[in-house]
Design a protein around this ligand. Structure first.
Ligand SMILES: [Zn+2]
Length: 86
């Protein structure tokens, strides 16, 4: 997975307890979450931003940039296209 902002390969971060999007939708009143893997940008993009193993962003520092997984990331594709046009 790559950072959708700078394109660097994400690195494993500290495990965190966080609510996934599907939990937020299916069980919004759940109060405790298991420790889960996180991924972070080695360049430090977005202070508290991290990504889950599916490439979803947590922290909302980069709204609209999309997933860290290229296969889901239209915004990332647009970034790559812009880089290739330079
Ligand atoms: Zn980055």
């Amino acid at each position: 997975m790559r950072c959708p902002r700078c394109g660097m390969e994400l690195v494993r971060g500290e495990p965190k307890e966080y609510e996934t999007l599907s939990e937020h939708v299916s069980n919004p009143n759940q109060e405790e979450y298991p420790l889960r893997a996180t991924y972070a940008c080695p360049a430090g993009c977005g202070n508290n931003t991290f990504w889950d193993p599916d490439g979803a962003e947590y922290g909302r520092n980069f709204p609209g940039l999309g997933s860290a997984r290229d296969s889901f990331a239209e915004a990332s594709d647009a970034r790559v296209a812009a880089e290739m046009a330079k």
